[in-house]
Design a protein. Structure first.
Length: 199
């Protein structure tokens, strides 16, 4: 079994995905549920909502993203992103990350603090699930297509799966077997990233 640090090192953004896995869909679903249940949130507010897509639901979602983004992105950006969308559709599934705006309003915070807590809550779930998928030898990446609650960009996704209007989509995490490893990753000196003071 990997140590925590080894698991953190193993987690990479994987864009070329397949469906070869030793884990059944139900096992993946159960792991995601277990992780989300334990993820910390500000004031134990539990504002994050997670939707997991498999099979036809996954394909339909990414077809929807493809149809919209091909009208938005152009040139090299479309060339790059269309490949990511295709890779996502070829995987086992996708985790959609939402924040329930109604639940967010119940937190004892307003303005910039409310936004920070909301983003932190969701980020905790994103990273925890990413590590859980990595532990299951599944590759994943974090995407941000069709996000924009105020502009209604995520309206089509909510309609597709009959989700509450109060759900705000923040990210998507397509996952599957690793069909192409990630390249070398550059790091900066930890002395720059991490400061330590004793007095």
């Amino acid at each position: 079994m990997s140590t925590f640090v080894e698991l953190v090192e193993k987690r990479r953004s994987i864009y070329v995905l397949g469906t070869d896995s030793e884990y059944a869909q139900k096992e993946i679903e159960t792991r995601i549920r277990e992780v989300v249940k334990q993820v910390p949130t500000a004031f134990n507010s539990r504002t994050t909502r997670v939707v997991t897509l498999f099979d036809g639901a996954n394909e339909n979602f990414w077809n929807h993203i493809y149809d919209i983004q091909k009208e938005v992105l152009e040139g090299e950006m479309w060339d790059m992103m269309s490949g990511i969308i295709t890779g996502a559709k070829n995987g086992i599934g996708t985790v959609l990350f939402f924040e329930d705006k109604d639940a967010v309003k119940e937190m004892p915070a307003q303005g910039i603090r409310e936004e920070a807590y909301k983003q932190n809550n969701n980020a905790n779930a994103q990273y925890a699930i990413w590590l859980a998928l990595t532990e299951m030898n599944l590759g994943a990446s974090l995407q941000h297509f069709n996000v924009g609650y105020e502009q209604g960009f995520d309206k089509g996704t909510k309609e597709m799966f009959n989700l509450s209007e109060s759900y705000e989509m923040l990210a998507q995490m397509p996952f599957g077997s690793v069909e192409q490893e990630a390249g070398e990753k550059e790091h900066i000196d930890t002395e720059v990233q991490v400061k330590v003071f004793n007095n």
